[in-house]
Ligand binder design. Structure first.
Ligand SMILES: Nc1ncnc2c1ncn2[C@@H]1O[C@H](COP(=O)(O)OP(=O)(O)O)[C@@H](O)[C@H]1O
Ligand SMILES: Cc1ncc(COP(=O)(O)O)c(N)n1
Length: 271
């Protein structure tokens, strides 16, 4: 029997398969981890935008989480879309009891299309209840601005936000992603080892639907494998950069990335 790390995603859906738990499960598989998923919200969305959202009742979210933990203890958990205050409280109550399992929080607030995926009241609870449980939190530019109240214009201010998330707000580590800044796609990691820049050339594409979901899922798979935060984040950055580079002809809007691009040789990647 093969011993493999298992990883759990607690997140929303995307029927077109590019973001949310669908992207997470594809990522777990590519990162050689056994993937599991608890659905928080069913989202009618595609590469062009979000059409409708239905939140799974909180008791059912709890039952799904309990069903996983009483059978298969994950080596790491990642959270994505957790939209309502009640859901954040319940998920935090449950994960608090499993505090030896590393938690990666992708504080999903808006889709790549610009549509909101989180209720306003949820923000305070996200900061108070979930953020302090995290091994690492992975906001994009806008999410980091909303969480910290800082304005992020460049790498230096991204660094300030990462420090604020850890030193003042209680995350163990933070990756402030640079996908929405200009210039190279540089992310900033702040952890107990200090500041680290993760550089990648910017691919000229609007096919970035699900990049944040996939990056955080990959970090969770790496942590389940007992890699350090630094190794987990840098391996995941390499994974996501290749996936963005190999543009797929899928969808009429902000298309998805290619989760299997790391299996291709450099020459086979289609830019
Ligand atoms: N055009 C791009 N070329 C290369 N890397 C990118 C590009 N857009 C985003 N990334 C990378 O993808 C990851 C997700 O970042 P970002 O787009 O900021 O997050 P989100 O999907 O949550 O909005 C980060 O590692 C970021 O640097
Ligand atoms: C259910 C769900 N969760 C998250 C995202 C954000 O996706 P991205 O990774 O592009 O920020 C999304 N569009 N849908």
């Amino acid at each position: 029997m093969r011993n493999v790390p298992s990883v759990l995603s607690i997140a929303g859906t995307d029927p077109t398969g590019g973001a949310g738990i669908h992207a997470d499960l594809k990522t777990f598989q590519e990162r050689k981890a056994y993937g599991m998923a608890v659905v928080t919200s069913v989202v009618a969305q595609n590469t062009k935008g979000v059409q409708d959202v239905w939140h799974v009742p909180v008791d059912m979210v709890e039952q799904q989480i309990r069903a996983v933990f009483e059978d298969i203890r994950p080596g790491a958990v990642k959270t994505g879309m957790i939209a309502t205050p009640e859901m954040i409280e319940r998920v935090a109550d449950l994960l608090e009891q499993e505090n030896d399992v590393p938690l990666v929080i992708d504080p999903v607030m808006v889709a790549t299309s610009g549509d909101s995926l989180m209720e306003q009241e949820s923000l305070d609870l996200m900061k108070k209840r979930l953020l302090p449980l995290s091994a690492v939190i992975t906001p994009n530019r806008q999410e980091a601005e909303v969480l910290t109240g800082l304005s992020i214009e460049n790498i230096e201010t991204a660094e300030d936000a990462a420090k604020t998330l850890v030193d003042e707000m209680g995350a163990s580590a933070a990756v402030v992603k640079g996908g929405h800044l200009t210039g190279d796609a540089t992310d900033v990691l702040y952890s107990e080892d200090g500041i680290e820049y993760l550089h990648a050339p910017r691919t000229d594409t609007n096919h970035t639907h699900g990049t944040g979901c996939s990056l955080s899922a990959s970090i969770a798979a790496e942590l389940a494998r007992k890699n350090s935060i630094k190794t987990a984040v840098s391996n995941s950055k390499a994974f996501i950069s290749k996936a963005i580079m190999d543009t797929l002809e899928i969808g009429k809007g902000n298309g998805p990335i290619n989760h299997w691009a790391s299996r291709l040789s450099k020459e086979d990647i289609m830019v």
